[in-house]
Ligand binder design. Structure first.
Ligand SMILES: Cc1cc2nc3c(=O)[nH]c(=O)nc-3n(C[C@H](O)[C@H](O)[C@H](O)COP(=O)(O)OP(=O)(O)OC[C@H]3O[C@@H](n4cnc5c(N)ncnc54)[C@H](O)[C@@H]3O)c2cc1C
Length: 470
């Protein structure tokens, strides 16, 4: 006799590809005699225009690691390909499962899918339980005194820091799988029709832990001063892992807090993680941000949307070295430094007068960490249409941003090799070199600025001024 509540439960993995701090897996093992870990490749996600090859490549790799780690505990990952909820219902039937445990999803498409699955399971008398796992606190847990969601980061962050949080759950030691459970083979990204020339680190949960421990050991205390320097590798690079849940925010925060002494670097790092939760709760409470401006009057902005300028921006040939370096980093590494993201987003909207949603989508297609809520929050911040947005009349100057955050041009020279011999004095404004100097320094092929920042600044102010309420 067993005292477990269920005989068999399916744990449906999605953006929680880990064994540590996995509430759905932990609870399923506690409550069922047998547990079936399942992942479904859903065409509805794979065929979306903003699903990029880098994320699919990273996903497939992380699933391989998850399977290997599940096997060490006596289980294995069962792979299926097909539409949800059909594949979930088929698996429930095939394995005679009592139901499905999974983590809660907040993106509009994921929420709708989960509601459909829960309904279909309920109609068949099966259980469907959702757990918290994407953020430290659930959207809705941190509210203002008036019980309304925060739309300004400062007070949200203060509560986020002060509120007691539970520690992470341990990884399971033993998983009991029903006999003869069969899986489809794990497809490669190419088999799923995704290929990329971008080069980036993968490695699933094991890599995520290594990165975190190394970051906490060697970099975190200088994070507050190094994080904004473009040429310095001063950030954690954990975003891709947070996006697919190969590590949980709770695990990261617990590791940082347990590592000992306080430092400004640690506090700054934790407050960056709070941004992750902040934007998630914005998406949940204000779902209209997924398609339009947080402040809807900005939807009336009359963008110019010049396709040639958009192509120059995407390809990193705008003639503004800091913009081009950042875009080339994105195109080759599937990742971009946060300061770079702010600069190129401001440049697209305020200098090129192109709709922020076009940039948002391009980022989603290219980024290995592309994440609807963080990406949307970042874009709306830069475009001045969002929650805590910088006011529209504060416009980043790409030259002074370069001089401030890449003072020696190290970052520009890494990503724009045509400029590698240009002295620091001109690295952020090579257009000031004479033709003979450009020839001599080997950068005559580097484009002249596609627009004049001073002129475009005035035009942006006029564009925003027409619709602004402030
Ligand atoms: C226009 C724009 C688009 C962005 N798109 C994304 C995106 O698609 N996915 C994404 O994860 N982040 C996005 N960000 C936020 C930020 O740039 C990245 O999280 C960060 O650069 C990732 O590198 P890291 O892991 O080394 O960050 P670290 O500096 O080490 O920060 C640690 C973690 O905190 C979180 N974080 C840090 N800054 C932010 C922020 N501003 N907003 C939300 N979370 C944050 C991330 O999860 C990050 O991994 C965007 C920012 C801007 C301005």
């Amino acid at each position: 006799m067993t005292d477990k509540k269920y005989k068999t439960l399916i744990v449906w993995f999605r953006r929680d590809l880990r064994l540590h701090d996995n509430a759905a897996l932990f609870e399923a093992i506690a409550q069922a005699e047998m547990v079936i870990p399942l992942f479904v490749f859903d065409p509805a996600i794979l065929e979306r225009a903003d699903t990029g090859a880098a994320r699919v490549t990273f996903l497939v790799d992380a699933l391989g690691v998850l399977d290997a780690n599940l096997q060490k505990a006596g289980g294995r990952l069962i792979i299926r390909r097909g539409s949800v909820p059909e594949e979930i219902l088929k698996a429930v039937e095939e394995f005679g499962a009592d139901g499905v445990f999974h983590h809660r999803e907040y993106e509009p498409m994921g929420k709708a899918r989960d509601e459909a699955v829960a309904k279909a399971l309920a109609e068949r008398g099966k259980v469907c339980e959702a757990f918290s796992g994407l953020s430290l606190f659930e959207p809705g847990e941190i509210l203002s005194q008036a019980r309304t969601p925060y739309t300004v980061f400062g007070p949200y962050k203060r509560q986020w820091f002060d509120r007691p949080a539970e520690g992470p759950l341990p990884a399971p030691h033993a998983i009991t799988l029903p006999q003869g459970t069969k899986s489809d083979p794990l497809p490669t990204a190419a088999e799923l029709k995704f290929t990329t020339t971008q080069k980036f680190e993968c490695g699933g949960e094991d890599a995520a832990h290594e990165i975190l421990y190394e970051f906490v050991k060697t970099k975190i205390d200088e994070y507050d001063t190094e994080r904004d320097i473009l040429g310095s590798d001063g950030t954690s690079r954990l975003s891709r892992h947070l996006h697919l849940g190969t590590i949980s925010p709770r695990f990261i925060i617990d590791t940082v807090r347990r590592a000992g002494r306080e430092s400004a670097g640690r506090t700054t790092f934790l407050s960056e993680l709070a941004w992750h939760d902040f934007y998630l709760q914005i998406l949940v409470h204000f779902p209209h941000v997924a398609g339009g401006a947080f402040r809807p009057h900005y939807d009336a902005l009359e963008w110019e949307n010049d396709e040639e300028l958009f192509a120059a921006w995407k390809e990193g040939r705008t003639g503004y070295p800091i913009v081009d370096a950042a875009m080339r980093q994105l195109n080759s590494e599937a990742w971009m430094h946060n300061r770079g993201r702010m600069i190129v987003a401001s440049f697209l909207t305020k200098d090129l007068l192109i709709d922020w949603r076009k940039g948002e989508r391009y980022f989603m297609q290219q980024l290995v960490d592309g994440d609807l809520s963080a990406n949307n929050g970042g874009w709306q911040w830069a475009a001045g249409t969002g929650t805590d947005a910088q006011p529209y009349f504060r416009i980043f100057n790409p030259t002074s941003q370069g001089e401030k955050f890449d003072p020696n041009g190290t970052y520009v020279k890494e990503w724009v090799p045509e400029l590698s011999r240009v002295p620091a004095k001109f690295i952020h404004q090579p257009w000031k070199l004479s033709e003979a100097e450009r020839e001599h320094l080997g950068c005559s092929e580097y484009p002249q600025p596609v627009v004049d920042h001073a002129i475009q600044r005035g035009r942006a102010l006029a564009l925003y001024g027409k619709v602004s309420k402030s």
